[in-house]
Design a protein around this ligand. Structure first.
Ligand code: ADP
Ligand code: F6P
Length: 325
């Protein structure tokens, strides 16, 4: 075991996610409760390299558990992807007396954390991304809030779609991951869900046939949920309108899914993960990522976590087809 941890740092990196503030608060409060000094690093790895670092007290994290975004700001930092940048980042930690660091972000951020650990700084990752696309964990900070935000938006689109007897294509976030689309597809009772994990060149024809047959049995409006990664929803709407003769509109929900007050689940799980990350640092652990699996919190080696792969839930995916008959 290395030297005793006295000061820890915390940063957020990559895309922000509602609940990150609850995790920051937990790291700061759990750290201070355990007798540690806590330093906040602004703007992820970019701020670390620029030494944008401040000491955080219990009052620096008051009134944030309920707020979306991240009070530490976030960024994407190319320099951190180079060996020189990684060495410099570790040197900055040493210069500021940071013995251990908590990185809240996605897979990319964990690769940076892995490099910090290789360069002698104890690092713990916390999965923060609305996409739920981190393989080792069944929960990532922000997914629950993003799904609820998208679900409410789709309910609203459904109202106007029904009034006008239209077809609505609704695009949710997730370039390479269809989890939000799948959950919304079920919770919004959509007729079809398109996800990047199950790209199917016949899907559009199937959708057209489905819309036409549903019209014949009296259905007045149609909801199709697309994950961002499957293609241009506006172009798809034009093709569906041309093929069915039914007015079709596309709505891209966009970044509102990344903001807003975190749900209760996001606040609670993010808090638990923040406290657990501090415990792991106190135990002298490094290169670990906190995860939620099989009903409990656990942790994985980052190398192992990054080598894992994840698919969408096949049971839920096939169920959407059964329920939209
Ligand atoms: P996310 O963490 O949400 O997956 P990114 O993939 O954009 O977001 O990664 C966030 C940041 O993590 C990057 O801007 C970069 O600074 C750092 N990062 C990503 N990949 C690596 C890598 N292979 N090595 C070191 N740092 C990386
Ligand atoms: O990873 C989260 C996410 O919101 C993805 O769903 C989306 O594809 C991407 O980030 C958008 O990134 P940006 O905010 O940089 O446009």
């Amino acid at each position: 075991m290395g030297k005793k941890i006295e000061t820890i740092g915390v940063l957020t990196s990559g895309g922000d996610a509602p609940g990150m503030n609850a995790a920051i608060r937990a790291v700061v409060r759990a750290g201070i409760s355990s007798g540690l000094k806590v330093k906040g690093i602004n703007r992820g790895y970019a701020g670390l390299l620029e030494e944008d670092i401040m000491e955080m007290g219990t009052m620096s994290v008051t009134d944030i558990v309920q707020r979306g975004g991240t009070i530490l700001f976030t960024s994407r930092c190319k320099r951190m992807m180079t060996p020189e940048g990684q060495r410099q980042a570790a040197d900055v930690c040493r210069k500021h007396g940071i013995d251990g660091i908590v990185v809240i972000g996605g897979d990319g951020s964990f690769r940076g954390a892995q490099k910090l650990s290789d360069n002698g700084i104890n690092t713990i990752g916390i999965p923060g991304t609305i996409d739920l696309d981190i393989a080792c964990t069944e929960y990532t900070i922000g997914f629950d809030t993003a799904c609820n935000t998208a679900m409410e938006a789709i309910d609203k689109v459904r109202d106007t779609s029904a009034s006008h007897e239209r077809c609505s294509i609704i695009e949710v976030m997730g370039r390479t991951a269809g989890h939000i689309a799948l959950w919304c597809g079920i919770s919004n009772g959509s007729e079809y869900v398109l996800v990047p994990e199950r790209k199917d060149e016949n899907a559009e024809d199937e959708i057209i046939q489905k819309i036409l047959s549903k019209r014949r049995i009296g259905k007045k409006h149609h909801i199709i949920v697309n994950a961002e990664g499957i293609g241009n929803s506006h172009e798809m709407a034009k093709r569906i309108e041309a093929a069915t003769g039914i007015e079709t509109r596309a709505t891209v929900i966009g970044h509102i899914q990344r903001g807003g007050n975190p749900t209760c689940r996001d606040r609670v799980y993010a808090s638990a993960m923040g406290a657990q990350a501090v415990d792991l640092l106190l135990e002298g652990k490094t290169n670990r990522v906190v995860a939620y699996r099989d009903g409990g919190f656990t942790d994985y080696d980052i190398d192992q976590a990054l080598a894992m792969t994840k698919d969408i839930d096949e049971h839920l995916y096939s169920m959407t087809k059964r329920l939209s008959r």
